[in-house]
Design a protein around this ligand. Sequence first.
Ligand SMILES: Nc1ncnc2c1ncn2[C@@H]1O[C@H](COP(=O)(O)OP(=O)(O)OP(=O)(O)O)[C@@H](O)[C@H]1O
Ligand SMILES: N[C@@H](CCO)C(=O)O
Length: 326
Amino acid sequence: MAVYTDVSENEVTAFLADYGLGKLLSYKGIAEGVENSNFLLRAEGGTYILTLYEKRVDRNDLPFFIGLMEHLAAEGLSCPLPVKNSHGLALGELAGRPAALFTFLEGMWTRRPTAGQAWQVGEALAGMHLKGQDFALQRPNALSVAAWRPLYEGCGPRTAEVEAGLSAEIESELAFLEANWPSNLPTGVIHADLFNDNVFFLQGELSGLIDFYFACNDILVYDLAICLGAWCFEQDGAFNITKGRAMLEGYNSVRSLSVEELEALPILCRGASMRFMLTRLYDWIHIPDTSFVTKKDPKEYLQKSRFHRQVRSVADYGFTSQLLNQ
Ligand SMILES: Nc1ncnc2c1ncn2[C@@H]1O[C@H](COP(=O)(O)OP(=O)(O)OP(=O)(O)O)[C@@H](O)[C@H]1O
Ligand SMILES: N[C@@H](CCO)C(=O)O
């Protein structure tokens, strides 16, 4: 569960006093998530999410994340809106941690998305890319290609415990990615972690996006590559081409994909697989088994990486040339 910091009723009451939302009615820790401590908070003025930022989030990045959510919400994206206190500030402090209050987003995330939902995720992702265009702040992607080798080196010899021969496989794939990573594609603000648990649906319709704490400036279609990896594989590890096609179509219906972007998708998908395999591998090795954090399986992304390595063209993701003529 993700409540690292316990907060007392007195502390929450004092924090809330600055917001003009009336009396505190209740608050309780939310088990999901691994990065921060989240509480569902009810006050006379409504229901909110209270987030306490923990160690892994750099305080210097908080103005970017909070400013981005304000910007995207103002542009009409359905995402949590940071609530400002009576001093006009969205960021405060609670129990010695930076803390913020957000509007509550209705909906639930889905473990087994349909092709229709993959379409909606593609559509929403492209919408976010367009709405993020005028956002003034910048944050380079701290987990892009240059970060992967140091991350891998930080995993050390225990990498071999995951699978024999894994170190050699990673080294060869890293060398390929470093030598061929594209540098000429359109960039902008990307979500960078738009997994199933960060997209809410209500009665089958996408109701909003959450968790912008990996958002950064990077190649726009790299975000689509992350989503193809997170949404379009089945439990048995097989890529679902119907979902892939739906996601590409949904994205392209809002922001047209260029030939260069489509041609780069296979390497971007390989890169996205490397990124999530390595962060999972790092945690798998470094987070003690006694910790209450549920560690995610690096092998899932090893399998996905192997799939993307044998892809020959975007047709293997369900791309059809009509997409270019829309
Ligand atoms: N604005 C919101 N409205 C409704 N529920 C929310 C909201 N923000 C967060 N939640 C709930 O809190 C949970 C954890 O939030 P979030 O994913 O942002 O946490 P995190 O610790 O940053 O997680 P992650 O491990 O995914 O990075 C979500 O799964 C959701 O149930
Ligand atoms: N989405 C990440 C977890 C951190 O947000 C993963 O599945 O590895």
